[in-house]
Design a protein around this ligand. Structure first.
Ligand SMILES: Cc1cc2nc3c(=O)[nH]c(=O)nc-3n(C[C@H](O)[C@H](O)[C@H](O)COP(=O)(O)OP(=O)(O)OC[C@H]3O[C@@H](n4cnc5c(N)ncnc54)[C@H](O)[C@@H]3O)c2cc1C
Length: 413
């Protein structure tokens, strides 16, 4: 009977453990922290958005450059399979919320984590086992993999599942050190790492602007520019903070901000009337100026955006107290420019410490997409965030971990 070693007790490792348990395959899960699933407990603001019930053809579009790669995994074990497994095997009832996002009915991520640990079996889990070395002896027919922990403990396995996570929220255990195992020891190419799904800090005067609006949320179009080239665009809620910008429309842009962003001209352009072009909005502005000549321009602007934002835009456009009747074409244009093309200069790359996922990781051309087995090191399977796959927000990243765990286990059986 083969013996599988799972390195990493996050979402991917725990699901792999449960699938192995269901099939009766012998395994040991090795987690370097004092408990499993520390990041899982933080997911969905402690509620755990475990998956997204969109059809696979739609879901796969949420994985950026990896959408093709992940298709076989999602097709083998998609959201419907995940929901069934969690409800019927783990016995955690789920509910669907806006945009097909699935959560436990209890709204407690701990219910998912605890059920996974229980199903996998505590006796199959070793915590405080920080894997620092992996050796392979090709002459040995059985258990050729030797895994060594920091404290000197040694275990041997027939197959290894690497589920060591990414580099974000390092206090949860996935601090990026495992790339040394995956790259240095197992010889994988590690693609450049970026913090993804996180807010964006803005610089100088722009920070004063966002700080003055801290807590205000507005629907907007957002475009990321580097050296005058548009790298990405989104549309959705934007939230102003003391540090800069966040919210659903902003966090999706973070993955394209390079470490050396300060050496580039990088900014986010906000459009507070998305879907309507400048001419159309200008026409409406002009019409309102005609109808309400005694109103301030910023009061008129409040019919497009929240009043506090209109005032901040007015200040930036230099028309703070300007009465509509006195607004020249230039005043109007300047107000419109800030309403539809507000530039927020990026201060620096967002931090890994606060990002939800890592873009980059083990290069996908070195992994078999039908099994997640390494082409560089047969017998080793890489799953979860350790791979160069990051999904958009909404349950995509946990679903990726679940689907990859499933195909790896199916291949091992
Ligand atoms: C605040 C927050 C909220 C999120 N919310 C959601 C959400 O609602 N829905 C969603 O889909 N995604 C969400 N995500 C993303 C999701 O949590 C991750 O994509 C997912 O947890 C990745 O699972 P993983 O098992 O690959 O990695 P991890 O969960 O990071 O687990 C990796 C594990 O490996 C262990 N490890 C690392 N190196 C070693 C070693 N050398 N030896 C032994 N063990 C080791 C670590 O200690 C860790 O426990 C969120 C992320 C964050 C930070």
């Amino acid at each position: 009977m083969i013996k599988v070693g799972i390195i990493g007790g996050g979402a991917a490792g725990l699901f792999a453990a449960c699938f192995l348990r269901k099939e009766g395959v012998s395994f040991t899960l090795l987690e370097k922290g004092p408990e499993c699933g520390r990041k899982l407990l933080l997911t969905g603001h402690g509620r755990c958005n475990i998956t997204n019930r969109k059809p696979v053809t739609e879901l796969m579009q949420g994985y950026h450059e990896a959408s093709k790669f992940i298709k076989p995994a999602l097709s083998s074990f998609g959201p419907e399979d995940a929901v069934k497994f969690i409800e019927e095997e783990l016995r955690v009832p789920l509910k669907e919320e806006e945009n097909n996002r699935m959560f436990p009915v209890s709204d407690k991520a701990s219910d998912i984590r605890d059920a996974l640990v229980k199903y996998a079996g505590q006796m199959n889990i070793l915590t405080n086992f920080d894997v620092v070395d992996i050796e392979y002896d090709g002459n040995q027919k059985y258990e050729p993999f030797t895994v060594t922990a920091k404290d000197g403990r040694v275990l041997m396995f027939d197959r290894l599942i690497m589920a060591t996570g990414g580099k974000t929220f390092p206090k949860t255990g996935s601090d990026g050190k495992a790339y040394e195992l995956l790259g240095g020891i197992l010889g994988h190419k590690i693609t450049p790492l970026y913090p993804a799904l996180t807010g964006v800090p803005v610089s100088g005067a722009d920070k004063e602007f966002t700080s003055s609006l801290s807590g205000v949320s507005v629907y907007a179009g957002a475009g990321l520019y580097l050296d005058n080239r548009k790298k990405n665009k989104t549309e959705g809620d934007v939230l102003f903070t003391h540090e800069g910008l966040t919210g659903p429309a902003i966090i999706e842009l973070a993955r394209d901000i390079p470490e050396d962003v300060t050496e580039h001209d990088g900014w986010i352009e906000l459009d507070f009337t998305p879907g309507r072009d400048d001419t159309e909005v200008d026409k409406e502005l002009l019409e309102q100026i005609r109808q309400r000549p005694d109103a301030r321009l910023t009061t008129i602007g409040a019919s497009f955006v929240p009043a506090s934002l209109s005032r901040a835009i007015g200040e930036r456009a230099g028309v703070t107290d300007l009465v509509a009747a006195n607004a020249t074409k230039e005043h109007r244009k300047e107000f419109l420019r800030n309403l539809k093309h507000l530039h927020m200069t990026i201060d620096r790359q967002p931090k890994f410490e606060t990002a939800y996922v890592t873009r980059g990781g083990v290069a996908l051309d070195e992994i078999d997409r039908k099994t997640c087995q390494s082409k560089v090191f047969p017998g080793v399977y890489v799953i979860g965030e350790a791979l160069d796959i990051d999904g958009i927000s909404g349950g995509y990243n946990l679903q990726a971990a679940i689907s990859e765990a499933y195909i790896a286990v199916r291949a091992i059986m």
